[in-house]
Design a protein around this ligand. Structure first.
Ligand SMILES: [Fe+2]
Length: 262
């Protein structure tokens, strides 16, 4: 990947627990808005930062990630860019991105990562060491599997995202961290990384702070969906169901099913 400047990332809370983001080139003030659900808070955040939104990216077609495309596009003139696989479901789509392609925007070169599982055409955007993971990877968790299979979601998380460097920052689509870690602790009660991150996340939320970003290295230490070979996690599953298959995809599917009902 060509060297590009690191962006300034500004998380912008949306709806009850969503995050949209501004990705700002500080030398020009140009900003990309990722996953707008509400235009007003993004326009306010851009103004406060002295930035102007000139591009909109979506990770997937759920309306809490693209419902404000047209309002924000009308207010700023910014064209909407999103996954070609979901092009017919994205409001106001102007540029269809092919998963795997590199996209040059505002002096940055971002890679469009294909991450099926939550939705079929879900993509992530990788700007150097900053990953915008939408509803595939959350801090200490992952999204529900709506359009794909457990095997696809496993691959998205453990092969595609798991291959990124440990210092890659994770900017995800929802503030679910405390509940995710409470669930993780039921699977690995002896995992000190889970207990420590849960304590910190509770402090952050009590102070009104977001828990993002995490890093890929941290996720590998406390996210059960990236820990499907953990002996403690597998032992917990086998204790619940002695017939539990212990290959990684079966373990992943079992963890996802337990989380669906947590
Ligand atoms: Fe979603």
């Amino acid at each position: 990947m060509p060297t590009t400047p690191a962006p300034k990332v500004i998380p912008v809370p949306q709806l009850s627990d969503n995050y949209a983001y501004l990705v700002v080139n500080e030398s020009t003030g140009d900003a990309i808005a990722i996953d707008p659900a509400e235009a007003g808070p993004l326009l306010e955040a851009a103004e406060q930062a002295g930035a102007s939104i000139n591009t909109i990216f979506n990770t997937h077609h759920h309306l809490d990630h693209c419902g404000a495309n047209e309002e924000l596009g009308n207010a700023t003139g910014a064209p909407v860019q999103a996954s070609a696989i979901e092009g017919d479901k994205i409001p106001g789509l102007a540029v269809a991105l092919e998963p795997g392609q590199m996209v040059d925007v505002n002096g940055f070169t971002a890679k469009v990562l294909r991450l099926p599982g939550h939705t079929d055409g879900h993509v992530g955007y990788l700007f150097g060491k900053d990953l915008f993971s939408g509803d595939v990877l959350f801090v200490a968790g992952c999204g529900r599997i709506f359009e794909g299979t457990p095997a696809e979601m496993y691959e998205s998380l453990n092969a595609t995202i798991g291959a990124l460097s440990d210092d890659t920052r994770v900017w995800c689509g929802h503030e679910y961290t405390v509940k995710n870690l409470e669930f993780a602790a039921t699977l690995e009660p002896a995992n000190a990384a889970i207990a420590a991150r849960l304590a910190r996340a509770r402090e952050q939320r009590a102070a009104g702070q977001p828990t993002i970003p995490s890093t890929i290295g941290e996720e590998k230490a406390f996210n059960p969906f990236l820990r499907v070979t953990s002996p403690e996690l597998i032992a917990t599953l086998v204790a619940k169901d002695p017939a539990q298959a212990t290959d990684p995809v079966s373990v992943f599917a079992a963890v996802r099913k337990l989380k669906d009902n947590f």
